[in-house]
Design a protein around this ligand. Structure first.
Ligand code: PLP
Length: 444
């Protein structure tokens, strides 16, 4: 019996004892090819990089911990400088925390504080999107559009307004250009603001590339720029959740760079520390900080471990390695190769409806019928079965499925480390193909 509460009670997962590059080994000696960066798009530079280990050791030998209300520390300052130098215009201030959910909680509280400081406390409604995921804490669940994850807690959550996601495979009309679709999808925000009255809306929040709930769905061309214009027009803060899609995953340090749209607040986590330490961060626009500086002068935020010296030292080294080793270019390169391999293997597969994504953040939508896009019966639990079969085949993939009352199908997400080799890409596709065919043979 294990004393650890694992997600599936009564079923203890294998014990991982070694991790190096894209390979993990369990206590039984079985090896696993990690096609999803530690299981959740985290281990961006691969496992076991001795340079990060050395940075952690060096930091531990100097300062293990000192609370941020007493001291700042060198790695926290250096990491903030590193991020601010690369961030889109004006996003130059950094608030640290320990992960993605905390980052989103901090973003919501910051948006609220801004409108209080500006003398407009009635601006408190958040608009978010259906089929989104922003974390498992109560504030983050309140703005999450993944109903299976939030429903049980609904009585404890605050009211959020939801618009449809930018999800071309399901919502783009036949013959509609991508730009036209992007504009039409963004118009849903305009309509919601009119309905709610802009004076009461504090912020709009979205993932530039949806990860956990849609198996990777990038914003259509022009969508985020139009969203930015709508928010500016109505004096509404714009929050981008780049917890999963940021930190180089799409081939850009910030996913929104590719869309030429800059939010007021940008949340990061996962690839920021690359799994070597738990860390998250908010990048905050100067003008928001100016509001507080000329108002109360104090942030209404605080977590014990914010700006943790060891977490910041690890994340700083991870981010430096991305630059030193040219990993962003590599993401674009290897992302293209992985996409080509997926298209060659699954492009005509009768149960693969769509292959999509950016950089090394790619997803496939699994459907019952490719021509009608009809999803599988959610009771079959295709995505979850695929995860289990893939583990049996020695491959780690990220499933999402049975989304929103099961009407939008099952997805599988691939997000390997940026260091993935050509041979590993081939092996990922071979093992995925075997796993998918086995899953379908067993389930359908
Ligand atoms: N936001 C997004 C887009 C995510 O994908 C996740 C986690 O998957 C979170 C927030 C929550 O992050 P964490 O699990 O680190 O709290």
């Amino acid at each position: 019996m294990t004393h650890v509460l694992h997600r599936k009670l009564g079923k203890t997962p294998p014990t991982v004892v070694h991790a190096e590059g894209l390979w993990l080994r369990d206590s039984e000696g079985r090896t696993y090819l990690d096609a999803v960066s530690g299981g959740a798009a985290v281990s961006a530079i691969g496992h076991g990089d001795p340079r990060v280990q050395a940075a952690i050791d060096a930091q531990l030998a100097r300062v293990d911990f000192a609370h941020n209300s007493f001291f700042t520390n060198e790695p926290a300052e250096a990491l903030a400088d590193h991020l601010a130098e690369r961030a889109p215009g004006g996003l130059s201030r950094v608030l640290y925390c320990s992960g993605g959910s905390e980052a989103m909680e901090a973003a919501l509280k910051l948006a609220r504080q801004i409108w209080i400081e500006r003398g407009r406390p009635e601006k408190r409604t958040i608009i978010a999107r259906e089929q989104s995921y922003h974390g498992g804490t109560l504030g983050a669940l309140s703005i999450g559009g993944n109903k299976p994850r939030s429903m049980p807690f609904r009585p404890m959550l605050f009211d959020t307004r939801f618009i449809e996601p930018c999800y071309a495979y399901r919502y783009r009309h036949d013959g509609e250009s991508e730009a036209d679709y992007g504009a039409r999808a963004a118009a849903a925000l305009e309509r919601m603001i009119q309905k709610e009255e802009a004076d009461t809306v504090a912020a709009f929040v979205c993932e530039p590339v949806v990860g956990a709930t849609l198996g990777c769905a990038p914003a259509a061309a022009g969508y985020l720029k139009r969203i930015r214009e709508i928010c500016d027009h109505h004096d509404i803060l714009l929050i981008f959740d780049e917890v999963m899609c940021g930190a180089g995953r799409t081939g850009y340090t910030f996913a929104c760079e590719e869309d030429a749209a800059t939010p007021d607040i940008l949340a990061m986590a996962k690839g920021l520390g690359g799994g070597y330490q738990p860390i998250g961060a908010l990048l905050v626009h100067d003008r928001l900080v100016d509001t507080i500086v000329s108002g109360s002068g104090a942030l209404l935020q605080g977590f014990t471990y914010m700006a943790h010296p060891v977490a910041c030292a690890a994340a700083l080294r991870v981010q430096q390695i991305m630059v030193e080793d040219g990993l962003l270019e590599r993401v674009r390169d290897k992302g293209e190769l992985l996409r080509r391999r997926l298209e060659a293997t699954f492009g005509q597969h009768p149960h693969v409806g769509d292959i999509r994504g950016r950089g090394l953040f790619l997803g496939m939508e699994l459907v019952e019928d490719r021509s009608t896009k009809a999803p599988f019966d959610p009771r079959l639990g295709i995505a979850a079965r695929l995860k289990a079969v893939a583990m049996d085949e020695g491959l780690m993939v990220y499933p999402s499925g049975g989304t929103v009352d099961g009407t939008n199908g099952d997805h599988v997400l691939l997000a390997p480390a940026y260091t993935v080799s050509d041979e590993e890409i081939d092996e990922i596709v071979v093992r995925l193909s075997r796993s998918l065919n086995r899953t379908l043979a067993e389930a359908v």
